[in-house]
Design a protein around this ligand. Structure first.
Ligand code: SF4
Length: 465
């Protein structure tokens, strides 16, 4: 348990020898923050070790878990990711006369799984990258050293640059990519959903600004969000300030479009983690003061436009505004570069139940009063989608395998569990999930509505593990 930099050291990494590996940094959504829910899951199967790391959240995990338990499969955690691992451990109903067919197993899982899953799967002789048919969470492939089959997979493309890898492409919705030597082997585990639905919140807040999604950098999209915000919601002010870091590109965009100068308003302590991710309310509140120091010289006597990327629980904005006022800001006008978050996410973001979302409980005027701003306004859904769609690569170019990849792997295997298709979903109007803003979910959520339970801890509550 702990931050990656605290848990891993050169000493404990050096003994790990081999030529394939997977790893995982947990952001708890389904299942609590507990060591037993840490990933990757590693189990021994008839055909050697099997390890799975999962980003996302299955929306039918309870029924899948029930099926496993009925089959007599024991489970040791409350995580949907363990359910995935155990499902992959079983051979498909027809058996496997020629040894394990991992692509077939993954396709069997995909045929019944609902929700968000970007996976890396490690077997004795290959790594697989898998993305759900909605493409809810990002997943991309890079090349480290082509001549020695140096392939890497990561949720965010910024991770590739860190190790000097070259970005190749995204894993397409519903695709299984086997990383092997030589080349990559692509199969369609399940056809892409009619309406693919990359999480728009990845653009708004979650992804790093230097990551590439759908052929555009997140940073550029955030600047456009700020520009849209300035056009829709001008403010009489002297300076534009962006807090948190994820809001700075939007603040720059707002400043550019409005003509109000951008200034740094806060110095951040970079050694304190993102407050949104801290699962405890008390820590979240203390976190704002630990993290930020106002730059008095830039704020005193100024009318400030404070750009935030989103207001989820409303616990951060109030303390930030107080800090600005203590530093002498004459007025604080909050402009949010996304619409109000009124609905929970069941697809991999930890935000959470209706009750926790301040915009579900309060009107915009009430939120404005609660956080102590002089004015508060949110970008419209239309404005947000304009900013996102303006740079989306249309067509399959960024997602689907190139002819070269398939050719380098020899003949592509017959697709498993679905008809072969090379047609990535196109049509820029229908390719994102924005359910936390609109309440219109891209996938059925029967289990959650029926259970009426705390979504994040559903497995623990229902199964008492
Ligand atoms: S509900 Fe919101 S956070 Fe969740 S996947 Fe959809 S856009 Fe992303």
């Amino acid at each position: 348990m702990g931050l990656t930099s605290q848990v891993f050291s050169e000493d404990n990494l050096r003994p790990l020898v081999g030529y394939m590996a997977i790893g995982h940094v947990r952001y708890s959504t389904s299942g609590s923050s507990h060591i037993r829910n840490a990933q990757p899951y590693l189990i021994e199967t008839l055909h050697g070790p099997l390890a799975v790391a999962h980003n996302g959240n299955l929306t039918n995990a309870l029924s899948l878990r029930h099926r496993l338990l009925e089959r007599g499969v024991g489970l040791s955690s409350s995580s949907d990711s363990e359910v995935i691992t155990q499902m992959l451990a079983a051979p498909p109903p027809g058996g496997e006369p020629d040894g394990p067919d991992w692509e077939a197993r993954i396709a069997e899982f995909m045929a019944v799984a609902e929700g968000a899953y970007s996976l890396v799967v490690l077997t004795r002789d290959a790594v697989f990258a898998v993305r759900d048919p909605w493409g809810l969470r990002p997943l991309c492939i890079g090349e480290l050293n082509a001549s020695s089959c140096g392939y890497v997979v990561a949720s965010e493309s910024c991770a590739l640059a860190t190790i000097g890898a070259r970005y190749i492409r995204e894993v397409a919705p519903g695709e299984i990519v086997r990383l092997q030597c030589p080349g990559l082997r692509s199969t369609q585990g399940r056809p892409p959903a009619q309406q693919v639905a990359l999480c728009v919140f990845e653009y708004v807040y979650f992804s790093r600004p230097d990551s590439l999604l759908e052929g555009q950098t997140v940073h550029r999209v955030r600047q456009r969000l700020g520009e849209e915000l300035a056009h829709e919601l001008p403010a009489e002010a002297d300076v534009v300030v962006g807090v948190p870091d994820s809001a700075i590109p939007a603040a720059i965009g707002y400043a550019r479009a409005s003509g109000i100068p951008f200034t740094e308003g806060m110095t951040k302590n970079r050694y304190i983690g993102r407050t949104f991710i801290q699962p405890d309310e008390r820590l979240r509140r203390a976190g704002v003061h630990l993290k930020y120091n106002p730059l008095v010289a830039n704020l005193a006597g100024q009318r400030v436009v404070l750009i935030d990327d989103s207001i989820v629980r409303g616990t951060t904005a109030g303390p930030l505004i107080r800090l600005l006022r203590e530093a002498g800001a004459a007025e604080v006008h909050v402009r949010v570069s996304s619409p109000p978050v009124r609905h929970p996410c069941f697809m991999g973001l930890d935000m959470a139940t209706h009750a926790e979302l301040i915009a579900h409980r309060k009107s915009v005027a009430e939120i404005c009063a609660y956080i102590g701003a002089d004015s508060l306004a949110y970008l419209s859904h239309e404005g947000m989608m304009r900013a996102v769609l303006a740079g989306v690569e249309s067509g399959p170019a960024s997602s689907m395998p190139t002819a070269g990849e398939v050719a380098s792997a020899g003949s592509a295997p017959a697709p498993v569990g679905a008809a072969a298709t090379s047609a990535a979903p196109t049509g820029a109007g229908s390719r994102h999930c924005s359910a936390c803003f609109t309440g219109t979910y891209p996938i059925p959520l029967q289990e959650f509505w029926e259970l009426k339970t705390q979504e994040k801890l559903a497995l623990e509550q229902v199964w008492g593990s």
